[in-house]
Design a protein around this ligand. Structure first.
Ligand code: PRP
Ligand code: URA
Ligand code: MG
Length: 217
């Protein structure tokens, strides 16, 4: 498995993606963040179905049950700042996970081009761990390629899952070209990218919609 599009079937998730994209609903910033969080919860559930599990004996008040439990907790990594609500959703379900935070953002130049600036990183050991990296928007793929490159230098995860609410075809291709073994989970996939690297129809600027417009540094 390489790429999963959760919009290929209809569900509550497709409802929430439609609200994320809707310019009228977007005026409610709390709903925008909460929808990203709920989508993170769905991704956590779907990914958990693929993770290694083991049998465990559980004492109930009436006897002993055999249960299937996660073999290990993953490391949840996200890219600041737009990744925070999606990350919170994943963490709501993987509630014992370790966490990593990466500040990779688009540093815009006067000529309209941008480079990815990677500055603050906080990361637990990744050696042999399941790593789930979330970012609501996978546009050109540049932020994720640089983030994954950095994280792989910190250790050798046993498997890597990338989670994006909206991904662009070209961005998916770029991530897979640079990191062929990652699994990519998308809330939906769009085909178009503007010259400035915005996904069309996409949803606009996820960070600004969740937290407000920032001044360019
Ligand atoms: O695939 P790419 O072309 O790299 O674009 C995607 C990146 O752009 C957005 O972050 P942004 O730089 O807007 O930072 P923000 O979260 O602070 O808004 C988004 O959250 C991704 O990290
Ligand atoms: O469409 C896009 C592309 C990058 N970042 C966003 O927030 N939106
Ligand atoms: Mg942004």
């Amino acid at each position: 498995m390489a790429v999963v599009n959760l919009s290929s079937t209809h569900s509550l998730l497709t409802n929430w993606i439609s609200e994320l994209r809707n310019v009228e609903v977007q005026t409610d910033r709390m709903r925008f963040r909460r929808n990203l969080e709920r989508i993170g919860e769905v991704f956590a559930y779907e990914i958990s179905r693929q993770l290694p599990w083991e049998a465990a004996e559980v004492a109930t008040p009436m006897g002993t049950a055999t249960a299937k439990v996660l073999k290990e907790q993953p490391v949840l990594a996200t890219i600041l700042r737009a990744g925070l609500p999606l990350h919170q959703g994943l963490l709501n379900y993987f509630d014992k996970a370790d966490n990593a935070f990466i500040s990779a953002y688009r540093k815009h130049h006067r000529d309209g081009t941008f480079e990815i600036s990677l500055e603050y990183v906080s990361c637990p050991s990744l050696e042999g761990r399941v790593l789930i990296v979330s970012d609501p928007m996978l546009a050109t793929g540049a932020s994720l390629v640089k983030t994954l490159q950095f994280l792989k230098e910190e250790g050798h995860p046993s498997e890597i899952h990338v989670v994006a609410a909206i991904a662009c075809t070209v961005g998916i291709e770029t991530v897979l070209r640079n990191h062929p073994s990652v699994h990519i989970w998308c809330g939906d996939i769009d085909d178009e990218l503007t010259a400035k690297g915005y996904i069309v129809p996409g949803l606009g600027d996820a960070g600004d919609l969740a937290f407000g417009v920032k001044v360019q540094m």
